[in-house]
Design a protein around this ligand. Sequence first.
Ligand code: C2E
Ligand code: MG
Ligand code: MG
Ligand code: MG
Length: 283
Amino acid sequence: FVKHAGKNGYELFVKSMNVVAKRRLELESHLRHAIELNELSLNYQPQVEVTSGRIIGVEALLRWNSQELGFVSPVEFIPVAEETGLISPIGEWVLREACQQARVWQEQGLPRIRVAVNLSVRQFAKQNLEKLVSQVLLDTGLPVNCLELEITENMLMDDVEGSVETLHRLKALGVQLAIDDFGTGYSSLSYLKRFPIDRLKVDRSFITHVTTDPGDASVTQAIIAVAHNLGLSVTAEGVEEKSQLEFLRELHCEEIQGYLFSRPLKADDLAQLLDSNNGYIRV
Ligand code: C2E
Ligand code: MG
Ligand code: MG
Ligand code: MG
């Protein structure tokens, strides 16, 4: 780009780099105070059992409404949090808040559901992750089997031996483990059987065109087949259409998460949804 565009192109390039760098610095400096300023919150997206239409879990999704910057997407600020180490306090806040909230729903007498929390690379690589998890479960009183941790493929493949050990330590606590965004990373199927996991989450990028693109259909079908052969359950992400649900039902995909059923909701709205139909959802 620089070569072909000549001097003007180069200046343009430097300018856009400056814009990126400036935004990044801005995000970092405000993110640093997001917790104390109460700017973080969690939304919860239902995960629905295909055969019954019952909400059996929710995924906790982080939201940042900054006083200075307004609403910032996690796709933008999570990488910044990762690079700066801010993900440690933020990730711990997410874990605690999600477990606390799930416990509150239980105390309200709502149908018992699982809560899934996304882990970041740094959190997963930390020495005493399982200590933190068990402490949070103890503090909040959430039953261990109600917590699920989501880890991406690439996080596992960075250091396979280390990952196998970490997963075993987490599994020993009794929490559930899922691989998130499955199919987009570079995981080798041969390693899959070594990971003590419960579930694969098929990435939304395959689901979007699953009924129209034969390639995406094949990949989805293959992932589900491998998962089932290994005794794993499958959640499809990003299901927006009825036809996608029907396609996945044919393949015996266990769970669906997507706008078809519900967008991520505030805790109170999720409680209302759980309450309104005894935890069952209608499409
Ligand atoms: P993810 O873990 O794969 O979460 C699923 C994302 O897909 C969420 O985006 C969700 O809102 C979106 N989604 C769900 N159903 C549909 C659908 O039917 N259609 C479409 N178009 N989108 C759908 P969100 O909330 O923006 O989060 C983006 C990513 O940010 C997450 O992807 C996750 O990687 C990361 N993230 C969010 N919260 C946390 C967190 O607490 N910790 C960490 N480490 N990462 C987080
Ligand atoms: Mg996730
Ligand atoms: Mg995902
Ligand atoms: Mg995804």
